[in-house]
Design a protein around this ligand. Sequence first.
Ligand code: ZN
Length: 246
Amino acid sequence: MTWKTEGIVLRVRNLGEADRIVTLYTKERGKLNVVARGARRIRNRLLSPTQVFTQGRYLIFPSKTLHNLGQAEIVHSGQVIRDDLEKFAYASYITELLDALTVEEDPIDRVFPLLASTLALLEAGRLALATRAFEIRLMRELGYEPELYHCLSCREALKNKVLFSEQGGVLCENCVGQDPASLQLSNGTWELMKKLLEWDFSRLPVLHPASNNEEELRRVMRRYLDYRLEYPLKSLEFLGTLQALN
Ligand SMILES: [Zn+2]
């Protein structure tokens, strides 16, 4: 029995002298770890298709212990991302976040296309926009969609003076006591969140958020995601160092 699937490489680790363990996020089977035998040898046919951020078609021999990668063919190389330090840093964060929040062989329908669209937007240079869109949409696909219209506590429809709670949505001024650590959400950032979550992904490039809204959203999403993560992501340190240099 073999599995044929399309996937994107999230992570690569060395195994032994010449092998790789490759973490793929696949269309049909969700996240999979597979062994690519000999993939670190020059001229090995598995060398290129098992590089991080590559999208490809993979033929897998499933096993109870470690699945084996038989053949692979590149659909999109991801070279543009690997060649650019900033794009590489953002893409590393996105793939680490997805890896941290998912388990193996538990496919979630819309995650693969979300990952592919996000990497394409990163390639186009829309680093912050792509990353925030990925974060908020991934939370929705994983069942943690943020409540953006009604106060999490009293359920009142909100118009302005909104706060955001890490517990997954907006709070009104009166209910801020429910989560004293909640963050102020300006109207511009609030609107941006709604668009990132609700618009078709293909429309998102028309958005050009003001830098204060972008920064506010980054902080709000950080708090919201960290609440769901069991450990801090390594890629965030690298991303922080790069941003400090810019
Ligand atoms: Zn309230």
